[in-house]
Design a protein around this ligand. Structure first.
Ligand code: GTB
Length: 217
């Protein structure tokens, strides 16, 4: 059964692949699973039909038969669990790959989200200029050990896994801040992720949505 995911009808990131449908598209492309996309306006996301799928009224969601999921981490895990290619067969290696998924969304991503809040929602506050360096430092804190752990390896634990997919997707969000450039090993890691054919297909697909929306005004 072909799953259906949801995405922004008009992404505020102008098709740069920073919205969270991108990681779900990437996972589906990695495992070779075709998918449908239902595009939503901000208004439609808060209407009952979508709230029945996603209690917080956000994208992405994932529907497959009578299964409906939300939360990009849970969706990527579900895809990786049901298809070969994103989680190792060996039980311990599989557990470690899942650990990296959690590290990405539970340790590395939260301060990155704080930066977006600090810049875009609190940028006009009198205390914003003082807060920003603190947030930037919180972002750097897990990146030092992450970079040391990756070292000169291509991926975090052997073969590319769902752990790398989530970590690269999270780190990508840092690029506009310039912080990623301070960590050459992590920068190269992100570039390796972006070079994967599955990433490129996913990126093109989400960009096509933005391009089509721009063309129709
Ligand atoms: N924890 C959830 C998950 O991982 O799925 C978070 C989902 C989420 O934040 N969804 C956002 C959303 O639906 C889109 S991705 N927002 C609408 C709302 O809350 O009303 C976040 C996002 C938005 C915009 C950019 N950007 O412009 O660069 C990047 C990321």
């Amino acid at each position: 059964m072909t799953p259906t995911i949801t995405a922004f009808e008009r992404s505020p990131d102008s098709g740069r692949g920073l919205a969270r449908d991108m990681r779900v598209r990437w996972a589906l492309e990695e495992v070779g699973q075709p998918y449908n996309v239902r595009l939503l306006s901000f208004k439609a996301m808060k209407e009952p039909a979508h709230l029945a799928l996603h209690p917080f009224g956000q994208i992405p969601t994932y529907e497959e038969g009578d299964l409906a999921l939300f939360e990009s981490g849970a969706i990527v895990f579900h895809i990786a669990d049901r298809h070969a290619g994103l989680l190792p067969e060996d039980a311990n290696a599989r557990a470690r790959a899942i650990t990296w998924m959690f590290a990405a969304i539970n340790t590395v991503e939260p301060p990155i989200l704080e930066l977006q809040t600090a810049k875009f929602l609190e940028g006009d506050k009198s205390w914003s200029a003082e807060r920003l360096p603190l947030v930037m430092e919180r972002i750097r804190k897990p990146l030092h050990p992450l970079s040391a752990r990756l070292g000169d390896a291509d991926w975090l634990d052997g073969e590319f896994s769902a752990g790398d997919l989530m970590m690269v997707a999270v780190l990508l969000r840092l690029r506009p801040s310039g912080i990623l450039d301070e960590f050459p090993k992590l920068s190269a890691y992100v570039v390796r992720g972006e070079a994967r054919p599955a990433y490129k297909r996913a990126f093109e697909a989400q960009l096509a949505v933005f391009t089509a929306a721009s063309a129709t005004g």
